[in-house]
Write a protein that binds this ligand. Structure first.
Ligand code: 9WN
Length: 459
């Protein structure tokens, strides 16, 4: 039985064993020779941060695949260390995803691999994923895989530190909203407004996403016109970061991206220890990133973190879930931890021991909160998973448990959807989504006490 069929038949898997089966069936159905596609319909290639989250889940049930997932992604790493956000499967027909390889033209860029890839990156959650995968299955095969991956993970960090720290202040900047992973978050409205583009240019293209998902849930044509303008700007400079400061229209320091950047150094320190390498430089870099994040992206006036638009020098005013991500840093100072816990518990995000509604991707009290549109309101498991890790890291187990129950409840009610309605929990986007399945497995594996399991199923 396929994952979709399991959900359709029951209207939602009824128990923990059923949820596990659904998650494994979803991951198996999305497995494609050496990686897992996020979705067979909407995203049929390999995506960077998806593969990291997926490896975390695979480690519970198919550890060998978890390592293959990461290894296949890093085979597409560029000579400068960047890990591309999409690795295209050449066996798929032209038009299987837009924008496809013909728009990215990676083969024309210096240092690109002999594969078709995008030229952008995504939040570097891979070292954390590798560490968690190893911790889940610390056998000789896992150790060997970790040893092979370590230099590539270090190079990924090196790329961000050397090429993307445009201000020299210690943070990496993103050059496209797709690099944030939260593509159309209200956080990008202000910086995106400066990107010159006309929605009508989209008449020349065929969007693939709106053929598979409701256009009212997706970014708009104007968003897409701007996305393409930014890709063209970067691509036409050969994806070189040296010239970014002269005229690239979107340069932003993102709190989630940089929290992942810092968390990666913490993970690399642990990996280095296991491999007999020196963890010291990783710890030192982690400390520098946390310090820079607090200095540059924490806003004492709001008590949360916000992206900094390097074109204007200003913090972006939108209060999105991106601001909570620095909780994943174990060395985040107590003052910021306390402020983020207040922000998480506020009416904006509603994190609680017993959550009334799922964690939204945007401030639910904001006038531009949109419960159906992608990253402008809906609830996503990967972001909730990160926030939950942060709450556990900083000694808030009751809130972490509330968030965990809420996330498991979403899948129990709707299946492995890509995202969920932040009020009703109705499943939205792709119905058989890789990271939802994978992270569900991880959530189910933790705190598997009868009490939490009962609460999970009772939703
Ligand atoms: C563009 C694959 C990816 C995720 C992103 C999500 C979405 C792509 C798109 O899908 O982005 O990269 O076409 O909308 O926003 O986080 O990695 O699941």
């Amino acid at each position: 039985m396929t994952a979709d069929a399991a959900t359709a038949r029951t209207g939602g898997p009824a128990d923990v064993a059923g949820l596990r089966r659904l998650a494994v069936a979803t991951l198996d159905a999305n497995w494609e020779h050496d990686h897992t596609v996020p979705s067979r319909t909407l995203y049929p290639h390999q995506w960077s941060w998806d593969s990291a989250f997926i490896a975390v889940g695979l480690a519970h049930v198919r550890p060998e695949r978890a390592w293959r997932e990461l290894a296949s992604l890093f085979r597409a790493q560029w000579a400068d260390g960047r890990v591309p956000h999409i690795v295209f499967n050449r066996a798929l027909r032209v038009g299987a995803y837009f924008p496809g390889p013909e728009l990215w033209r990676s083969a024309t860029a210096e240092g690109a691999p002999a594969l078709d890839t995008s030229g952008l990156v995504q939040p570097p959650v891979h070292a954390l994923a590798a560490w968690l995968a190893y911790r889940r299955a610390p056998d000789p095969a896992g150790l060997a895989a970790l040893r092979r991956l370590y230099p590539a993970l270090v190079a990924q960090q090196g790329y961000l530190a050397d090429r993307r720290d445009l201000t020299g202040e210690g943070l990496a900047c993103i050059v496209h909203p797709w690099e944030s992973g939260l593509d159309n978050s209200p956080a990008w409205d202000e910086p995106m407004a400066a990107v010159a583009a006309e929605a009508t240019v989209m008449r020349a293209y065929r969007r693939h996403d709106t053929a598979h998902a409701d256009a009212a849930h997706r970014p708009t044509d104007l968003d897409y016109a701007r996305y393409l303008a930014m890709v063209a700007s970067y691509r036409d400079r050969g994806y070189s970061d040296q010239v970014l400061a002269d005229g690239h229209p979107f340069l932003v320091e993102c709190p989630l991206f940089n929290a992942a950047f810092g968390a990666a150094e913490h993970a690399l320190a642990r990996i280095a220890t296991v491999l007999g390498a020196d963890p010291g430089p990783h710890r030192a870099r982690a400390a520098r990133i946390t310090e820079a994040l607090v200095r540059r992206l924490y806003d004492p006036a709001t008590g949360t973190f916000a992206p900094r638009d390097l074109r204007t020098g200003r913090l972006v005013p939108a209060r999105t879930v991106l601001g909570l991500a620095p909780l994943i840093l174990p060395d985040l100072p107590a003052r910021q931890v306390d402020a983020l816990v207040v922000e998480a518990r506020s009416a904006r995000f509603g994190v609680a021991e017993r959550m009334e509604r799922p964690l939204p991707s945007h401030d639910r009290t904001a006038p531009d909160f949109e419960p159906l549109r992608y990253w402008r309101g809906p609830s996503w498991l990967n972001v909730g998973w990160l926030v939950r890790r942060g709450l556990l890291t900083h000694g808030r187990p009751e809130l972490a448990a509330g968030l965990r129950r809420s996330m498991i409840g979403l899948v129990a009610g709707a299946g492995c959807h890509e995202y969920f309605h932040p009020d009703t929990g109705v499943g939205l986007g792709s119905p058989a989504f890789g990271w939802t399945a994978a992270l569900l497995l991880d959530l189910l594996a933790e705190e598997p006490t009868p009490e939490t399991d009962r609460a999970t199923v009772a939703r």
